[in-house]
Design a protein around this ligand. Structure first.
Ligand SMILES: [Zn+2]
Length: 278
């Protein structure tokens, strides 16, 4: 085959391949896209504003700056299936305990625990895991680095919360990287280690609101987000900086709305529960 014929042949193949891609795309879009919604669930009672210079900066920033921190969990609907993102403070009598449990909040919008296919946990800290035990029928999605700590005999305090997954009675998927939760790119747990070894953030791609990036604790408040601040209690400073760099690049490229879970000023970025963003 001479060069000209080769070029023609290649062109024909390329056209055929392109046609195939188009057909594939048409097949996908012919199926009804699942309805995706995102709600914030209050997951603890706010304490007094926090002096963030005390623990939230390892470079002595913010001396005397007080920020109102809050506790947020999220309910994500994907068609007939649901995901809970983070499990907040435990219910009980502590000052920061939530007034209403996660299962009771879900019930307010007609969602039963059986419909909650996944519980995604950003990291193992107690203000993100307190109510996870309410969802033993759900598959637990959590970074492997965090799961290894939770299941380490030395972290006995955390084990009871996760008893049904540790025993093997419930399903757990320890994640070594990102996780496309529903397999269509609409809800993705993003590997963002540093705050803890297996820390993850969450991307939710909504039809009307557009892309939403939920921090986990990659940052806790706007001032630290703006300056790549690292709290004193993160497990890995270099990993923390790499993660915030990745997080900001994704936010820029996807023109995403960034929601800092612990920052009270970001609560109003989503409708007030039981309303949800679409
Ligand atoms: Zn936290």
């Amino acid at each position: 085959m001479n060069e000209e014929k080769l070029v023609k042949q290649f062109g024909r193949l390329a056209v055929l391949a392109g046609f195939g891609v188009l057909l594939g795309g048409a097949e996908v879009s012919a199926q009804a896209a699942p309805a995706i919604t995102l709600s914030r669930l209050p997951c603890g009672t706010n304490a007094a504003p926090t002096d963030v210079g005390q623990r939230f900066s390892d470079v002595y920033a913010y001396s005397g700056l007080n920020v109102q921190l809050t506790f947020s969990c999220y309910l994500i609907r994907h068609g007939d299936e649901y995901m809970i993102w983070d499990a907040g403070n435990p219910v009980g009598n502590t000052p920061t305990a939530p007034k209403t449990s996660l299962t009771a909040l879900a019930a307010q919008v007609g969602v039963t625990p059986a419909q909650i296919k996944y519980v995604g946990i950003s990291h193992y800290h107690g203000d993100h895991t307190g109510q996870v035990g309410q969802f033993p029928q759900s598959t637990l999605l959590i970074g492997k680095g965090d799961w290894d700590v939770i299941t380490d005999p030395k972290s006995a305090a955390m084990a009871p919360l996760f008893a049904s997954w540790i025993s093997g009675g419930s399903k757990v998927e320890p994640l070594t990287g990102d996780k496309d939760v529903f397999g269509d790119g609409t809800v993705v747990m993003l590997n963002m280690p540093g705050h803890t070894p297996g820390h993850h953030s969450l991307l939710v791609r909504l039809k009307d609101m557009g892309n939403v990036l939920i921090t986990g604790d990659v940052e806790h408040f706007r001032e630290n987000y703006d300056t790549n601040g690292v709290p004193t209690f993160n497990t890995d400073r270099a990993a923390s900086l790499a993660s915030i760099d990745r997080f900001k690049a994704i936010a820029k490229n996807l023109k995403a709305t960034v929601i800092i879970q612990h920052d009270q000023r970001d609560v109003s970025k989503l409708p007030v529960f039981p309303a949800s963003a679409k």
